[in-house]
Structure formats: structure tokens, C-alpha cells
Design a protein around this ligand. Structure first.
Ligand code: NAD
Length: 287
């Protein structure tokens, strides 16, 4: 098949037009603003760094050594040429979450990407489960996502674009003994993900859950000792017979695996992924 010079020119122009439309869809007029709760360490830190690398201004949050957090904030700004704010809001306190949202809006603008990641674990037989630990886990691992989501939704709806990523767990899909509060909260956040995904679907908002298997962060290091105590076995046995026994690959999930998925969910290619539970667990829940 041969084309005249005029036809070739028309085709070139059509391709250039469709490329520029695609770019416009993928490149927002301003940098996107992302909040990652619980991002002073572990998975949240990895996600915050990856979102900054993808060009977002990011808000990091969580507890820890003030100097180390400030160093991290400055490094993110310097490495990725973005703005990075730190909020010390306690995600178990609704008024502090509200304060964080108004400060972010005032300093950076409305939130485009919300990653609900802050979470803790406690391992204990249910009859001995400390009531304050139950209340903490439900408040942090579940209710904090309700507060951040209710605060993020109005601006996302108004701007017709928003991405909410809930860091759930394989424990949102299956249970383990001695983790009643965690399993309850993680199953709960998956239900919350689905419900809010339906509410946002026609407003350009996408809500998804990532369900990682074991990632060797501080949260898991503490669990190894606690599980050894609860089951009366050694820490080596916990790693071999409990943690990696669950994962057919016999490998821990990496923080970077979870961070890459979170960034993907913010791209145009993920536009039809909504209300999903995305497992990154080496095949754990497939068994
Ligand atoms: P981590 O302990 O390394 O990080 C937890 C973060 O939450 C820290 O930044 C901490 O300062 C912050 N945090 C704790 N209490 C807070 C509060 N009240 N308010 C605000 N921030 C608070 O743990 P991680 O392993 O990176 O866990 C992050 C998320 O990933 C959690 O929701 C966890 O359930 C989930 N997850 C972890 C694994 C794993 O194997 N590590 C697997 C599946 C899911």
C-alpha cells in the first residue's frame, strides 16, 4: 500500500494529535499531591519515595526520630525536585487527621492521591488480647482510612480525579490465629475499599486495596518475636514455618514491589482498576 505525500502528512498529524491528547491525560497541569499515612518507615516510606520519583509532591506522616524524619523529607525534595511536607498527625485521632488535611490544602492544595498505609500489629490469643490494643488497631488500621477518605472525597469529586490506595494485607483475605484485631481491621478495610470504590466510580475516583504478604519491615520484625512467644517456638521457626510457610515463593515481598504497584495504580493504564484487592504475596492466598 502506498500513500501520497498529503496522506502521509495527514497521518503524521493524526498520530501527533493522539499522542498529545494521551500526554495531556497523563500529565496533569500541576504536580499531583499525595498523602501517604505512616510513611516514616517501611512500606509507607517506600511508597512516598516512589510517588515523589513519579513527580508528585508528597506529604509524609508517622512517628519517629525528628532529625531522621527531617533528613528524609529533605532527601525526598532534593532527589526528586518536588515539595515534601511532614505531618506528625496521629492517625488514631480524627481531629488531628482533619488538621493535617487543612494544613495540606492550605500549603500545597487539594489531595489527589491518598495512600492509607499507617498500621500496627499485635499478636495474642483472643482471650488475652489487651482491650487497648484492639481499640488501637481498629482505630489506626481501619477507622483512620474512613476519616482520610471522607476528607479527601469532596475535592476529588470536585476535580473529577482521585486515587485512593488502601494498604490492606493478605490478612484482608485470609486469617491467621492470634491476630484477631489485625485480621478484623484488614477484612474491614477491604469492605470499605469496595464500598467507596462504588461511590467514587462515576466521579473519576478509583479506590483499591493492595494486599501484601510478608514484607520484612519493623512491623514484621516485632511480630517474629511475638509470634515465637505466642506459639512457643523459636524465631527461626517462625520465619520458616509460619511466615515463609505461607508464601509459596518462600521469599519475603519487597517494599519496592508494593511501591511499584501503588505508583501503577495512579497511572492512566490503571483507570479501570477499581474496588480491587491486589495480592502481592508470592501466591499465599492462591493456596
Ligand atoms: P512499619 O512499622 O515499618 O510502619 C508503620 C508506619 O506507621 C510508621 O511510619 C509509623 O510511624 C506509622 N504509625 C504508627 N502509628 C501511627 C499513628 N498512630 N499515626 C500515624 N502514623 C503511625 O510497618 P509496615 O510493615 O511498613 O506497615 C505498613 C502497612 O503495611 C500497615 O498497614 C501494615 O498492616 C501493612 N502490611 C504490612 C505487611 C508486612 O509484612 N510488613 C504485610 C501486609 C500489610
Amino acid at each position: 500500500m502506498s500513500f501520497t505525500a498529503q496522506e502521509l502528512e495527514a497521518r503524521k498529524q493524526a498520530i501527533a494529535k493522539s499522542r498529545s491528547e494521551e500526554e495531556q491525560r497523563e500529565t496533569p497541569a500541576r504536580r499531583r499531591i499525595a498523602i501517604v499515612t505512616g510513611s516514616t518507615s517501611g512500606i509507607g516510606e517506600g511508597i512516598a519515595r516512589a510517588l515523589a520519583a513519579s513527580g508528585c509532591n508528597v506529604v509524609i506522616n508517622g512517628f519517629g526520630d525528628a532529625l531522621a524524619i527531617e533528613r528524609m523529607r529533605m532527601m525526598i525534595e532534593a532527589e526528586h525536585n518536588v515539595t515534601c511536607l511532614y505531618s506528625n498527625a496521629d492517625m488514631t485521632k480524627s481531629e488531628q487527621i482533619e488538621g493535617m488535611f487543612s494544613t495540606v490544602k492550605e500549603k500545597l492544595g487539594p489531595v489527589d492521591i491518598l495512600v492509607n498505609n499507617a498500621g500496627v500489629q499485635h499478636v495474642s490469643p483472643v482471650e488475652d488480647f489487651p482491650v487497648e490494643k484492639w481499640n488501637l488497631i481498629i482505630a489506626l488500621n481501619l477507622s483512620s482510612a474512613f476519616h482520610t477518605t471522607r476528607l479527601a472525597f469532596p475535592d476529588m469529586k470536585a476535580r473529577k480525579w482521585g486515587r485512593i490506595i488502601n494498604i490492606a494485607s493478605a490478612h484482608a483475605l485470609v486469617a491467621s490465629p492470634f491476630k484477631s484485631a489485625y485480621v478484623a481491621a484488614k477484612h474491614g478495610i477491604l469492605g470499605f475499599t469496595k464500598s467507596t470504590a462504588l461511590e467514587g466510580a462515576q466521579h473519576g475516583i478509583r479506590v483499591n486495596a493492595i494486599c501484601p504478604g510478608y514484607v520484612r519491615t519493623g512491623l514484621v520484625e516485632n511480630q517474629i518475636a511475638d509470634t515465637a512467644r505466642a506459639r512457643g517456638i523459636s524465631e527461626e521457626a517462625v520465619i520458616r514455618d509460619v511466615l515463609l510457610a505461607a508464601q509459596p515463593t518462600k521469599e519475603f515481598v519487597k517494599v519496592s514491589d508494593v511501591a511499584a504497584m501503588a505508583v501503577f495504580l495512579t497511572t492512566e493504564a490503571a483507570n479501570q482498576i477499581n474496588g480491587a484487592a491486589l495480592s502481592i504475596d508470592g501466591g499465599w492466598v492462591a493456596q
